[in-house]
Design a protein around this ligand. Structure first.
Ligand SMILES: *Cc1c(COP(=O)(O)O)cnc(C)c1O
Length: 366
């Protein structure tokens, strides 16, 4: 069977180095906010090209903490609005609601499935304080256009970079360094994945970085001195040590993902299937390879019968979720169609040439 994602095989590539790193943490006798976190934060900031990286407990917390810090700094107030894509993983939207701000959903571009800059301005009101673009499936949003709108209307730009580790924009800047602050996830299945939960915020804003570091640590910048009513959301030493090993191999892994995507794009020629848009630049790291078809259920069953695992990202749009009853009556036709028609094919750095060929052949036979 061709698995959608063989996580064990992914991590076995670096088994020796990961185990050495884990042993070092064990032997250090220091398990929270020690040398391993410090080292990874520095390395990941360097990788993204940002001044700061703050390790946190997970990707959702990274986004929640950015918005919370802007509230503490007096930039956002409860009831303010943040523009966010209507087709995203729900965490992008949860981070806004969690802070008692209002998510304003905007439809995607039909070509890239990413937030459509042309639709943003019609949603800006006096309450709008930020735009939260999501680099969905690993493909960067049109950040030049989004940043221009933000500048014109004096809005913050918060990237959801949970799926786009290492993607590079046309002007040479990395995912996580394309707005005012970015939330990253190191959930095991992400392109840079830990062996458990993990996340980070990157930013060039000194004041924001200082606030986030304190808020995430019970609101404390100095032991037993609390300036905010903060949660405990820290990246732990063990995950940081593991992530450092995997960060060293991330660019190589991303290249492999792009090679597989290129093979899929040139090999799959079934007229029932719409392939993802790919500009053949480094602005897409193919966290997911997502096709679109009007016969999704039939195709998924057919692939499963031929031993090919697929997953749907995502089956229910956020505005149709029970958690968002207040949004249920809204209509976002592009998002709704996408949620009915998308299907993610297997893609990972450990897929073999033979597996890629089989997937192409089987799909063309549908
Ligand atoms: C995974 C993901 C998150 C949340 O990250 P966690 O580490 O799972 O909390 C947020 N946004 C997007 C787009 C994601 O894919």
């Amino acid at each position: 069977m061709i698995k959608f994602l063989d996580l064990l095989k992914v991590n076995q590539q670096y088994e020796k180095e990961i185990k050495v790193a884990m042993n070092q943490v064990f032997d250090s006798g220091w398990y929270i906010q020690g040398e391993a976190v410090k080292r990874f934060e520095q390395n990941y900031a360097d990788f993204c090209g940002t001044k700061h990286c703050i390790g946190v407990a997970n990707g959702l917390d990274a986004l929640i903490l950015i918005i919370r810090a802007y509230k503490e700094l007096g930039v956002f107030n409860e009831g303010d609005e943040i523009i966010v894509p209507s087709n995203t993983y729900i965490a992008s939207i949860l981070a806004i609601s969690e802070n008692n701000l209002i998510p304003v959903l905007v439809e995607p571009d039909e070509k890239t499935f990413n937030l459509n800059p042309a639709r943003i301005e019609e949603h800006i009101t006096p309450k709008t304080k930020a735009i939260l673009p999501v680099h969905l499936y690993g493909q960067l949003c049109d950040m030049q256009a989004i940043n221009a709108i933000a500048q014109k209307h004096n809005l913050k730009v918060i990237e959801d970079a949970a799926q786009s580790h290492g993607a590079v924009s046309k002007d040479g800047r990395k995912s996580g360094n394309l707005g005012d602050a970015a939330g990253h996830s190191f959930y095991p299945g992400k392109n840079l994945g830990a062996l458990g939960d993990g996340g980070a915020v990157t930013t060039n804003d000194d004041e924001l970085a200082t606030a986030i570091r304190a808020i995430a640590n019970y609101g404390s910048h100095k032991k037993y001195h609390n300036i905010y009513k903060g949660p405990n959301s820290r990246l732990d030493e063990l995950q940081a040590a593991i992530l450092d090993v995997k960060l060293n191999n991330l660019d190589k892994d991303s290249e492999r993902r792009c090679e597989i995507a290129t093979q899929y794009i040139s090999g799959i020629n079934n007229p029932k299937i719409q392939l993802p848009y790919y500009s053949n630049t480094k602005d897409h790291v193919f966290h997911l390879f997502v096709i679109r078809t009007l016969e999704r259920e039939k195709l998924q069953e057919y692939l499963s019968n031929h031993g090919i695992q697929t997953v749907i990202h995502y089956p229910i749009p956020p505005h149709k979720q029970d958690a968002y009853l207040e949004l249920n009556a809204w209509s976002f036709p592009i998002s709704e169609a996408l949620h009915n028609e998308v299907l993610s094919l297997p893609i990972s750095p450990v897929m073999t040439e033979n597996e890629i060929k089989i997937v192409i052949k089987v799909i063309n036979g549908f």
